[in-house]
Design a protein around this ligand. Structure first.
Ligand code: AMP
Length: 348
């Protein structure tokens, strides 16, 4: 029998919802909905042309047992995961849609990982919008949402054994957020194991995170394909972020200097590294209300400053505080003749 395509699976899930109701809404409240997903993977595609593809609420698993049941129902095939901290926006939706197009099943995790937040960071005020998140997952055709609490992910409390990000975790974001990347990699590793994914989608928006996850998968032989997705921006250039909700209207105006600086840097890319840095810095100094933490032009693999003679792909990255909010942004560039902003790095 021919393997059903991604769209087939989707249509069959819709049949479940419209028919006996075994998967959709019941799945949303607990692992019982896993039966619906199992129906999807086992059903033939014969009914699909008769039933319009209505969105189906994903199965929601909150415990390990619920996850095991719901995940088994998806079978051993191709499962992509999109890991998030919730407060989903169009950036997250884009990751999910891209995963949806390329894989038979998509799992979204929603987990605010205490391990990656410092004591003075924004864990307690981080926006929590589960119902809206579930609507986004439903519209994007997600099969399974894993939304655990910290005691589910860390049943014995803080893990004594953690993944170490190594020296790449100490620079840039790691300098302002000690331990952040160890905590991030530890949970990403755990979620890769728990969801048994074959692919994982991450945003270029968090460039250092993406690099470290790629490194972890390579260095520790995780059998997971890491896929990057270009940064999704507001029409005025601001990189979408769950933290943008903290910005007052005037903060938001101020925050535009970050993406404007990156664009200015990209325009100067044909002239070489110091022209890029100069052009980006010139934009930032005109905005005293943005407290810039760093502006760097670095090699995308080593995160080391590129020398003046360098020509090739580089990452222009910026971080700063606007009002009470710390924001980051970056742009992949080609530096040198014909250079400018890149959609993605060639290794992606
Ligand atoms: P977060 O919920 O902020 O941890 O983000 C979850 C995933 O979404 C990460 O892989 C982020 O890099 C990605 N992401 C967040 N914002 C954007 C954006 N504006 N464009 C593309 N990906 C994003």
């Amino acid at each position: 029998m021919t393997e059903p395509t991604v769209t087939d699976t989707h249509a069959v899930r819709a049949v479940d919802a419209a028919g006996d109701g075994a998967s959709g809404a019941s799945g949303a409240s607990g692992a019982s909905g896993a039966s619906g997903a199992s129906g999807a993977s086992g059903a033939s595609g014969t009914v699909r042309s008769e039933v319009p593809s209505a969105p189906v609420v994903p199965v929601v698993a909150r415990t390990r047992d619920e996850l095991v049941e719901a995940r088994s129902a998806l079978g051993d095939g191709d499962v992509a995961v999109v890991m998030t901290m919730g407060a989903l926006h169009e950036g997250h939706a884009t990751l999910i849609q891209q995963a949806r197009r390329a894989h038979r099943h998509v799992v979204v995790t929603i987990f605010l990982n205490p391990l990656q937040f410092g004591p003075k960071e924004d864990l307690s005020r981080y926006p929590r919008t589960f119902d809206a998140d579930l609507d986004i997952c439903t519209a994007a055709g997600v099969d399974l949402v894993f939304a655990p609490t910290p005691d589910v992910v860390y049943p014995d409390g803080d893990p004594g054994v953690r993944v170490s990000a190594g020296p790449l975790g100490d620079v840039l974001e790691g300098q302002s957020r000690p331990g952040h990347f160890d905590g991030m990699l530890t949970v990403v590793g755990k979620l890769m194991h728990l969801t048994r994914c074959s692919a994982a989608y991450f945003g270029q928006k968090d460039a250092q995170q993406l690099l470290l996850i790629r490194r972890m998968c390579r260095d520790l032989d995780f059998p997971v394909r890491v896929v990057s997705v270009p940064t999704v921006r507001e029409p005025d250039g601001l990189a979408m972020s769950s933290r943008n909700t903290y910005l007052t209207p005037s903060d938001r105006e101020t925050a535009l200097c970050l993406s404007a600086a990156l664009r200015a840097g990209a325009e100067a890319a044909p002239e070489g590294p110091s022209a890029v840095r100069r052009a980006a810095r010139a934009v930032l100094v005109r905005e005293p209300l943005a407290l810039v933490d760093y502006l760097v032009l670095v090699h995308p693999d080593t995160l080391e400053d590129v020398p003046e003679w360098y020509r090739g792909e580089a990452l222009l990255a910026v971080a700063g505080r606007v009002g009470t909010t710390r924001l980051i942004d970056n742009l992949p560039l080609l530096v040198g003749p014909g250079g400018g902003a890149l959609e993605t790095f060639s290794q992606d």
